[in-house]
Write a protein that binds this ligand. Structure first.
Ligand code: TRP
Length: 362
């Protein structure tokens, strides 16, 4: 049988360039390569609520933003099943059973959860739902029998717990669930795109993002004020490329053809970097090039988003249809899970027959 691929995002904000290079671009490629039998992409609103319980409106509003980002970036509901996590009750059901197969101390050892607890100042008061989200994530993955989960480095601990839970489930109840593998981003820039301020990570809370939905003026404002080399004061000064956000973005987004098109002074990025290092190349020129490249990439995405925004009810219909399709797989796996766990009382004619025999002959 062909392989299944599954991945999701917490709908806590619009998607930005970091999401694009880190995951979205790859997902569209994977979708179009057609090597996988099934592909699921979902909005993890249940998980988002584990640390936003008091702000459901934020999650609700971002469901549609993320859906528009997905579709405008090229995810195609004909090729990939897009759904909303909370609308699959089977996920809650499977989570309940998986929780019996893992200990509190095992979940406590999860380094991603540890960091998140610190970041959110949850130390004294960890919401139980938040604490359990790695188990719920294991349900997300296993309910759809995903073989491959494209995700960032920070999701490795979730995949480890998932694999342990699969082994535990299968050895306890029978072979039902599938052990997934993580598919990490292909290179360093894809793993972590810095913010426009040069900080380690592009992130909404740091206010250093370029959003897929930013218009051309906004992109230029952001690119123009981007962090470069703080010691590169005059055009003639030698400059540093490493840690210079403009060059990191050029690494992530430019190709040789862009030079012929926008900056024929150089054949490729290496030549341009050499000039910057020697001195004599100004930041503005670099930023203008980056701006052209970003806008060429973002223009079709923005146009498509604008078209999609004209029919919002249809976007909800796409999500509804995706969710219905996802539930078919979910129901199928849950039947197998209930059979294996012997909690299929009403569907097991043999059980009813045996029990009536037993009580007759008692
Ligand atoms: N934890 C992921 C994130 O924070 C989102 C997520 C939830 C997910 N369930 C998943 C990712 C299942 C991959 C597979 O981005």
């Amino acid at each position: 049988m062909g392989k299944t691929i599954l991945t999701g995002d917490r709908p806590t904000g619009k998607l930005h360039l970091g999401h694009y290079v880190g995951s979205l671009r790859r997902r569209v490629e994977l979708q179009n390569a057609g090597e996988f039998e099934k592909m699921f992409v979902f909005m993890a609103d249940v998980q988002a609520l584990t640390d936003n319980a008091d702000n459901p409106e934020k999650i609700r509003k971002n469901i549609i933003e993320v859906a528009l980002d997905y579709l405008s970036a090229g995810l195609d509901p004909e090729k990939c099943i897009i759904f909303i996590q909370s609308q699959i009750p089977e996920l809650a059901e499977l989570t309940t059973y998986l929780m019996n197969l893992v200990t509190v101390s095992r979940v406590e050892r999860n380094p991603t959860v540890k960091t998140e607890i610190k970041m959110r100042n949850f130390e004294a008061n960890i919401p139980l739902g938040f604490f359990c989200y790695p188990v719920s994530q294991a349900a997300d993955i296993t309910l759809f029998k995903a073989d491959i989960v494209p995700a960032g480095e920070d999701q490795k601990p979730m995949l480890e717990i998932t694999r342990e839970l699969v082994r535990r489930f299968n050895s306890t109840y029978g072979e039902v669930l599938v052990e997934p593998d993580i598919m990490l981003p292909e290179n360093a820039t894809a793993r972590r795109l810095p913010g426009t301020d040069g900080k380690e990570k592009m992130s909404k809370s740091l206010g250093n993002c370029i959003y897929l939905s930013d218009d051309a003026d906004t992109v230029w404002q952001k690119v123009r004020s981007m962090f470069t080399d703080p010691n590169h004061l005059n055009v003639s000064d030698p400059g540093t490329v490493e840690g210079n956000a403009v060059f990191t973005y050029l690494d992530a987004f430019s190709c040789d053809d862009d030079f012929a098109k926008y900056l024929p002074d150089y054949k490729n990025l290496d030549e341009m970097k050499d000039h910057y290092r020697r001195g004599g190349l100004g930041d503005m020129k670099c930023k203008k090039l980056l701006n052209s490249i970003l806008n060429e990439m973002l223009d079709p995405i923005r146009k498509r988003r604008h078209e999609l925004e004209q029919d919002i009810p249809e976007i909800y219909n796409i999500l509804r249809r995706g969710t219905e399709k996802a539930r078919e797989t979910a129901a199928q796996t849950m039947d197998e899970v209930r059979n294996a766990m012997k909690i299929n009382y009403f569907d097991d004619a043999e059980l009813i027959r045996q029990q009536s025999e037993y009580f007759k002959n008692k």
